[in-house]
Design a protein around this ligand. Sequence first.
Ligand SMILES: NC(=O)c1ccc[n+]([C@@H]2O[C@H](COP(=O)([O-])OP(=O)(O)OC[C@H]3O[C@@H](n4cnc5c(N)ncnc54)[C@H](OP(=O)(O)O)[C@@H]3O)[C@@H](O)[C@H]2O)c1
Length: 206
Amino acid sequence: MSSISIIGLGGMARAIATRAVQSGNTVEVIGRDAAKAGALAAELGGSATAGAFGATPAGDIVVCAVPYASAARVLAQFGDALADKIVIDISNTFNADATGVLTPAGTSGAEEIAKAVPAGAHVVKAFNTVFGHVLAQGGRLDVFIAGDDADAKKRVSTFIESLGLRPLDAGDLAAARWLEAVGPLLIGLANHGAGFNISLGVTIAD
Ligand SMILES: NC(=O)c1ccc[n+]([C@@H]2O[C@H](COP(=O)([O-])OP(=O)(O)OC[C@H]3O[C@@H](n4cnc5c(N)ncnc54)[C@H](OP(=O)(O)O)[C@@H]3O)[C@@H](O)[C@H]2O)c1
């Protein structure tokens, strides 16, 4: 089992934390509003605790569950407290009408976020292709990951497996560019007949 900290207290934080607590992981939730973090920890029950914003997270794996526009700034506020941590970037980077991504060609949100963490921390992209409300419903969904450090990806995969989900490795951190492009694809599918109760998966043919 993993020890994880989640920065952010919104829908995705709650969905990941709920599954993480239920599957026996040690979970810390961290928000800019300490009272709100305490309330979420109490609601989650089990192993859940509330951590202090900006202090060293208790978890070895830190899930950054804030909007992309704030993510680098939020992580920078933790500074060296994130040294040696695995940081999971779950952000979607699409624009307001989901017709494209906010990042320029040749980079990704994950690669930009990686510039905000100290040397020794490893950023892994994961979970951005899964809707929070679908995650909360349960089921063995596919979770695509991307990252440069093999051991970090292995540990993130173990965590994802523990949630009853299937991790699928898309490549190094630059592959986050393609995972982030899945955001507009999912919104397009949802808006053109499939509805929002969907999840993207891979069929591996025999
Ligand atoms: N929604 C989805 O289905 C989905 C799916 C895949 C990926 N994602 C990604 O997951 C991330 C979180 O999405 P969400 O749907 O959970 O959003 P959300 O419900 O709006 O929650 C966002 C959280 O981020 C916190 N936050 C925002 N700006 C902050 C700042 N400057 N400093 C500290 N905390 C800040 C908010 O704090 P307060 O509680 O204090 O307001 C809130 O707890 C986003 O990057 C999103 O792209 C979302």
